[in-house]
Design a protein around this ligand. Structure first.
Ligand code: DC
Length: 219
């Protein structure tokens, strides 16, 4: 089968990365989690106590950070300046601030430039918010995944529980998700929007396998 480029966009916790990872494994494609890149930058800023509201300082800082993805035993890890931050970038403090950092124009320009370097003729899956619209508008297949905020909060809650983290209720997580949705879709720089040629999949009532099968059928 000809290898193509696949763009998967959608709001927070709509299941994009789980689906993208499974598809990449099935198809032997390269997978790029662009949200992880915004998370790495946010983590680095927090660790070094950079003033997150100072857009100029933030933009200068992120240019000096190095993000790498490595794959080991079919598991992808992300390194920030050589340190494995795969788990740290999922912490609540990062989720809380990442939408602000990703709303900055120069932050987006820098990360989009880095993301484009991964684009190949085919055999790549990227997930994020602006992949089908800005990063890889030439993708042959574009998917826009949605799910109700309650369903997304429940999924995130389950992930927390699996890590032994009971600090937040489903309701609290839902409020945070709705806040991030709002910031991500109303920001000036490439807000979360569905590309005209994207196929929308509502995953509220679907499990991961069903979504993967649906996308496979579009291939
Ligand atoms: O997919 P995620 O939850 O890991 O993404 C974290 C944040 O990064 C999200 O709130 C919005 C931002 N993001 C973005 O603006 N553009 C992307 N391509 C990917 C993520």
């Amino acid at each position: 089968m000809k290898k193509i480029r696949i763009a998967i966009d959608g709001p927070a916790s709509s299941g994009k990365s789980t689906v993208a990872k499974q598809l990449a494994q099935k198809l032997q494609y390269v997978y790029l989690d662009t949200g992880a890149m915004y998370r790495c930058m946010t983590l680095s800023l927090l660790e070094h106590h950079v003033d997150l509201t100072d857009e100029t300082l933030v933009s200068e800082w992120i240019k000096k950070q190095k993000i790498e993805f490595i794959t080991h035993d079919n598991q992808q890890s992300v390194l920030l300046n050589g340190e494995n931050v795969t788990l740290a970038i999922r912490e609540a403090r990062v989720s809380k601030h990442v939408s602000l950092i990703s709303s900055y124009k120069h932050v987006r320009e820098e990360l989009v430039r880095q993301q484009r370097a991964y684009i190949q003729q085919g055999g790549i899956i990227m997930d994020g918010r602006d992949i089908g619209t800005v990063v890889m508008p030439e993708a042959e297949l574009k998917i826009f995944m949605v799910a109700s905020a309650y369903e997304r909060a429940k999924r995130r809650y389950q992930e927390h529980v699996q890590r032994g983290d009971y600090t937040q209720s489903v309701e609290e997580i839902q409020r945070q998700i709705e806040k991030r949705d709002y910031i991500d879709s109303t920001r000036l720089e490439s807000p979360l929007t569905k590309a005209n040629d994207a196929i929308e999949i509502d995953t509220t009532e679907l499990n991961i396998n069903q979504v993967v099968e649906k996308i496979m059928s579009y291939l």
